[in-house]
Design a protein around this ligand. Structure first.
Ligand SMILES: C[S@@+](CC[C@H](N)C(=O)[O-])C[C@H]1O[C@@H](n2cnc3c(N)ncnc32)[C@H](O)[C@@H]1O
Length: 400
């Protein structure tokens, strides 16, 4: 595979392009990119122009093969590594065969317009994504630069913020940054209403939460049980937090989860580590509810598969962590999932029945690890306040 050069272009198009980038584009035999970018480059009879097909991801490997041996320049906006095509190209042809010439990204321009430093700002991309992906990033006082899918994204974001108790968030939409038509619109999320945005826009949010929302939006595990939809939680927030502490999500770790309570554990796993991934196996009747609950909590990327046994995970990459809810006496399931773990992987199993508890005691005897009993009592408000115990739970965890 030949070298591919990716050239970043700003909203000022060809005129704003550096001399070296112009030279690279002029000398290319094939120039690929979106319509908007191709239109900005002066016509050259010796070049083939390839406008991106839709959907692009599936077509890209074939396109690159078709023009193998030619000098290819790919046009992309701003910094091609910011929510751009560069990562996809690297995944197809490898890092050594992709050269990237970035220009200023829309995120940098947005921060410059807002006078926000890199250190105090987080970038969130909603390009082609469910707007609820914004949810795990919301926290009082956070500054977020959000890349939009299109002109409708600001209104969707405003509605989401209002629904989540973030209506007082200061919202600035920056349209056509760096171009002649650049403009901005400012409002609170609650006051956004029917304002119109350009197709190309970035949303800058200075998050302000209602007092009622402050505790509910943390990415630290142990969300209130009421935050989850039906079929999603069984464990209870304290037991769930104890499970997540031992599952220890970090970086790009993969979790497999199965059994009662597994969906809520998988959702909190994803919320606590943006690079992590998770697969949860549930009975067919629960698939839709679990997907909806995951999306409502900002992690629509949760993979939900049908099944109750280890075969539900067939063909998947080996996990870094496994959670099993209330199925401790199922020896075949536990053996298979334990064996599937990568070395250093963590297994956490919850038991509430006597049979499951006995099975965990035996496993602890054989494999070691940590066996704990979690008993939680809460005061239920009534005429007289008394401590009411929740169902006691036994948790076994082990590192492979
Ligand atoms: C696929 S991302 C690419 C981002 C690009 N690589 C960058 O460095 O800015 C496209 C999104 O970036 C934002 N964007 C890119 N150029 C912009 C501009 N000139 N003005 C406003 N937003 C822009 C918009 O949110 C747009 O939907």
């Amino acid at each position: 595979m030949q070298r591919i050069t990716v050239v970043g272009i700003g909203a000022d198009g060809w005129d704003g392009l550096a001399m070296e980038s112009r030279r690279l584009v002029r000398e290319a035999e094939v120039v690929m990119g979106g319509k908007r970018h191709l239109e900005t480059v002066p016509w050259a009879w010796w070049q083939v122009r390839v406008e991106w097909p839709s959907p692009l991801a599936e077509a890209l490997p074939g396109l690159l093969e078709e023009y193998e041996g030619k000098r290819i320049v790919v046009l992309a906006s701003g910094d091609p590594f910011v929510a751009g095509i560069a990562s996809t190209l690297v995944s197809i042809v490898g890092p050594d065969d992709v050269e990237v010439i970035p220009t200023v990204s829309s995120e940098s321009l947005a921060r410059a317009r807002m006078r926000w430093s890199f250190e105090e700002t987080s970038l969130v991309s909603l390009v082609g994504r469910d707007v609820r992906r914004l949810l795990p990033h919301l926290a009082p006082g956070r500054k977020l630069v959000v890349l939009s899918s299109d002109g409708g994204t600001p209104a969707s974001v405003a509605a989401l913020l209002v629904a989540q108790g973030y209506g007082e968030t200061a919202m600035t939409v920056l349209n056509d940054l760096g171009g002649l038509a650049e403009s901005r619109t400012e409002s609170t999320a609650a006051g956004w209403k029917d304002r119109v945005s350009a197709e190309l826009n970035v949303i800058c949010l200075a998050c302000v939460a209602d007092a009622s929302r402050r505790s509910a939006t943390s990415s630290v595990p142990g969300l209130p049980d009421a935050a989850f939809g039906s079929g999603t939680t069984v464990a209870g927030r304290d037991a769930r937090a104890a499970a997540l502490a031992r599952l220890a999500p970090a970086g790009g770790d993969l979790l497999w989860a199965v059994g009662p309570g597994a969906p809520s554990v998988a959702i909190e796993w994803l919320r606590s580590e943006p690079l992590a991934s998770a697969v949860v196996a549930v009975v067919p009747e629960e698939v839709a509810d679990v997907k909806e609950s995951a999306a409502d909590l900002g992690v629509p990327e949760l993979r939900v598969v049908e099944g109750t046994g280890p075969e539900a995970f067939d063909g998947r990459e080996a996990p870094d962590a496994v959670f099993v809810g209330s199925r401790a006496a199922d020896a075949a399931l536990l053996d298979a999932l334990h064996d599937a773990l990568r070395p250093g992987g963590r297994l956490v199993v919850h038991a509430v029945t006597v049979e499951d508890e006995a099975a965990l005691v035996r496993r602890f005897g054989r494999h070691g690890g940590e066996l704990v009993r979690i008993g939680v009592e809460e005061v239920v408000a009534g005429e007289t306040a008394t401590w009411t115990p929740r169902r006691t739970l036994v948790q076994w965890s082990v590192v492979r």
